[in-house]
Design a protein around this ligand. Structure first.
Ligand code: PMP
Length: 364
């Protein structure tokens, strides 16, 4: 009964609950470490946790459908108007609303090979045609993406940094790309991992909005801000685009607890700094260990790293599971020789490395 695009969809593959997995593997759930979903290993910010607990007293009431306080805090932090912000139930929600608002069955939507799995899903769900542009050095080939624009192109998704490859483009490259994209094509710059970027050579999409009215910047509280369970993301765009998105999104798409925690975490600068420090140190730890093991990996600007373990990646994934270490196979992204591992705490990274050594030896 489903429409054509929906029938052809492959669903997003979430991992199994840890308790269930532990039962299957005959392990104690406390022994299992999950480095599979690019979550923040620190646990939540105390400020966010207190705000979330306080908000529980409002369980009987609908949330603030406009997310006034969160938008006000975001606008202050980002130096934008509240009218430029659209809140979502995770940034996945915003990505979907964007596709529904600005593309239709006869549209083409461009994204890169190895791009985030949700782009093809939201494209197919509205019956539009996804145009996957071959990657360059695992990253987006921005020139080829511009060259792929046709009269039917409505949207281009660019994740910077990209998941699952961790590749990132500099500000110069992104600006040069935006200059070449026709004005009637919207560019979604997905900056889910932007907080981890250090150094001025990377773009801050929000600073580019005044020059490129066809730009939408998406961000999330799920990664460096440590609130993945609460599902809060947002876009920043021109007020005209935000107005359209706000008409189509569900009226209460972000709940009261999520709104309270996200608003509170924005004032926890120390938490954000610690997230970034722990991530940078963890990436260095993983890179060093992988270098020592002679395993190739894609240098990453995110909170994860794609490691090339070879043809038997699926077996190595299973062997890692047997050691109680969950990582993410990325064959579904067209990367059958890689496994993606999220950066954990130092001891979690060490356990992954140790388990990887055993798994490589046992699988051969
Ligand atoms: N964009 C990218 C590139 C991502 O990797 C993710 C999370 N996996 C998201 C968007 C969505 O994040 P969320 O819905 O949790 O905000």
């Amino acid at each position: 009964l489903a429409v054509k695009g929906v029938q052809a969809l492959s669903p997003y593959q979430p991992g199994k609950p840890i308790d269930e997995l532990a039962r299957e593997l005959g392990l104690n759930p406390a022994e299992i470490i999950k480095l599979a979903s690019n979550e923040n290993p620190l646990g939540p910010s105390d400020k966010a946790l207190s705000a979330a607990k306080a908000a529980l007293s409002e369980l009987c009431l609908y949330p603030d459908g406009n997310g006034f306080e969160l938008k006000q805090a975001l606008a202050g932090r980002l130096g934008v108007e509240m009218s430029q912000i659209t809140l979502g139930n995770g940034s996945n929600d915003v990505l979907e609303v964007i596709a529904r608002c600005f593309a239709a069955r006869d549209s083409e939507i461009i994204f890169s090979q190895y791009a985030f799995a949700v782009y093809p899903i939201v494209t197919q769900a509205i019956g539009a045609t996804g145009v996957s542009v071959p990657a360059k050095d695992w990253g987006h080939d921005l020139d080829a993406m511009v060259a792929a624009v046709t009269d039917r192109t409505r949207l281009i998704f660019v994740a910077n940094p990209n998941n699952p490859t961790g590749t990132v483009h500099t500000a110069d490259a992104v600006e040069a790309f935006l200059e070449k994209v026709p004005e009637n094509v919207l560019v979604v710059l997905d900056e889910a991992y932007c907080e981890y970027l250090k150094g001025g050579q990377y773009p801050d999409g929000i600073r580019l909005l005044s020059r490129f009215p066809n730009l939408i910047v998406c961000r999330t509280f799920s990664k460096a801000w440590g609130l993945a369970a609460l599902r809060v993301g947002y876009s920043v765009s021109s007020p005209a685009i935000a107005d359209i998105l706000n008409r189509v999104r569900q009226p209460f798409n972000v709940d009261t607890i999520a709104l309270a925690a996200a608003t509170a975490v924005l004032s926890d600068e120390a938490y954000l700094e610690r997230s970034c420090e722990v991530n940078a140190a963890g990436l260095r730890q993983l890179e060093q260990a992988l270098d020592d093991m002679g395993l190739p990996y894609i240098p990453s600007a995110g909170n994860f790293i794609a490691v090339e373990v070879g043809e038997r990646a699926q077996e190595i994934y299973q062997a890692l599971l047997a050691h109680g270490v969950i990582v993410r196979p990325v064959a579904g992204y067209g990367m059958p020789k890689h496994l993606r591992v999220s950066v954990g705490l130092p001891e979690e990274n060490s356990r992954f490395i140790e388990a990887l050594g055993h798994s490589l030896a046992s699988v051969g």
